[in-house]
Design a binder for this molecule. Structure first.
Ligand code: PLP
Length: 423
């Protein structure tokens, strides 16, 4: 249970509903909620909003939380409708409908949210980027909240936390979240536990079930960044997380052509608050981005299957190469996190981090590649490689570490490219 201090703080911020109702519980009663735009989001209003989305987009929605709708992965099942929900470009709508203004809702967001929510097993809300999803969920915490996070978490998350800590907003404590005892003991004074697994770029794997279970029994809220695993390989809500965040700019979008983020939760009160924050802060997703992300989501399984199979083979070959000093890939039986990852993931993903002697050797390798593209993002159909230590803030990453995001190219072509650059 939350301590009195936590309970006081959290109730002020509105997080208490999540703390009191662990993530597995499903709220059925939805409190009336005044959105910043003045729209009162009563259950009736929400129903009207969903019906509006159904009408405008043709999407058939199952609202998993009220069981009032059916859902077919963001598609319409009405005769004569297009297979895909067309992007709706609208800043405003005629009076009399459930939604009046484009910042409050859009059928293309709803279609994407419906499909991703179904995959993660919760209700999803899309944001302008992964970073804005991270900021939105953290900003629901009250002043002075203590956030515990992996010291090797994604750089943007750490930078956000460093910024709010410097301004005295939160107390932030970096831990080795792969160390289960350390993670559990850090929960004593925490308000929120932030996790990422596997981590970017060290591919550390957190033992999610015991750590999230301990967070729940201590009344600590938990968020898991599931960007690397995707909902196809790992379902943190089932393992006890309060919320999951995604950078849909990566594997979900899958084509390196959009920025989008998402938060998924089973806590209806939290979802309401995040919705209100999205409207108030204006960090809304673009219509086209949501459309493209849903289109990307439809091929995620195929892309991931190919990328993951190649990643396994490449990791094995890299591990045997005389110039490679270490390979981090949870699919390798020799990897430190292989057993843990096998327990909680249904696949090991398409990201490998490997090390060569030093920064110069790594930079020469990247320069020598012809098929694999040097670039800082990941999760696209094209393989990309990045020496992470070149970025300010990544000083703790070994200088010669290269993060390789394996795309859908032919695996032998990828290996030939790496082999010739590794000369
Ligand atoms: C693990 C992880 N989480 C979140 C983000 C932020 O997402 P976005 O770039 O969509 O803002 C990134 C981006 O690289 C990431 O790798």
């Amino acid at each position: 249970m939350a301590t009195r201090r936590q309970a006081d703080r959290l109730s002020r911020s509105g997080w208490l509903a999540s703390a009191g109702c662990p993530c597995r519980s499903r709220s059925v009663s939805m409190p009336a909620h005044q959105t910043p735009t003045g729209v009162v989001l009563t259950p009736e209003r929400r129903l009207a909003l969903l019906q509006w989305a159904v009408k405008v987009s043709g999407v058939v929605i199952e609202d998993d939380y009220d069981s009032e709708f059916r859902f077919c992965a963001g598609r319409s099942d009405r005769a004569g409708d297009p297979f895909n929900v067309p992007p709706t470009f609208a800043s405003t709508y005629r009076d009399g409908g459930a939604v009046g203004y484009g910042r409050w809702g859009n059928p293309s967001w709803t279609a994407f949210e419906t499909a991703l929510g179904a995959l993660e097993g919760g209700a999803a809300l899309a944001f302008a980027s992964g970073q804005s999803a991270i900021a939105a969920v953290l900003e629901t915490l009250p002043m002075g909240a203590e956030v515990v996070f992996p010291a090797d978490a994604y750089l943007g998350t750490r930078q956000f936390l460093a910024d709010v800590a410097t301004r005295g907003r939160f107390v932030c404590r970096g831990i080795d979240a792969t160390n289960t005892a350390e993670a559990i003991s850090a929960l004593k004074s925490a308000d929120l536990l932030w996790l990422e697994s596997p981590t970017n770029p060290m591919l550390g794997v957190v033992d999610l079930a015991p750590v999230l279970g301990a967070a729940n029994s201590n009344g600590v809220l938990s968020v898991v960044d599931n960007t690397f695993a995707t909902p196809l390989l790992q379902k943190p809500l089932d393992l006890g997380a309060t919320a999951v965040i995604h950078s849909a700019s990566k594997f979900i979008g899958g084509h390196s052509d959009l920025l989008l983020g998402c938060i998924v939760t089973r806590d209806e009160d939290l979802r309401q608050r995040l919705h209100s924050r999205r409207t108030l802060h204006g960090g809304i997703p673009g219509t086209m981005e949501a459309y493209l992300a849903l289109r990307g989501l439809r091929t995620l399984a195929l892309r991931l299957r190919q990328g993951q199979a190649s990643a396994q083979r490449l990791a094995e070959r890299l591990a045997d190469h005389r110039l490679v000093t270490r390979v981090r890939y949870p699919g390798l039986v020799t990897d430190q996190w292989h057993v843990r990852a096998s327990k909680q993931m249904s696949g090991f993903g398409a990201l490998i981090s490997f090390e060569v002697a030093d920064a110069d050797t790594a930079d020469r390798l990247v320069d020598g590649l012809r098929l694999i593209v040097g670039g800082t993002s990941l999760g696209g159909v094209e393989s990309t490689i990045d020496r992470r230590n070149r970025w300010p803030g990544e000083e703790n990453v070994p200088a010669g570490l290269l993060r390789l995001s394996v795309g859908i190219e032919d695996c032998d072509d990828l290996w030939n490219d790496l082999k010739s650059a590794l000369q």
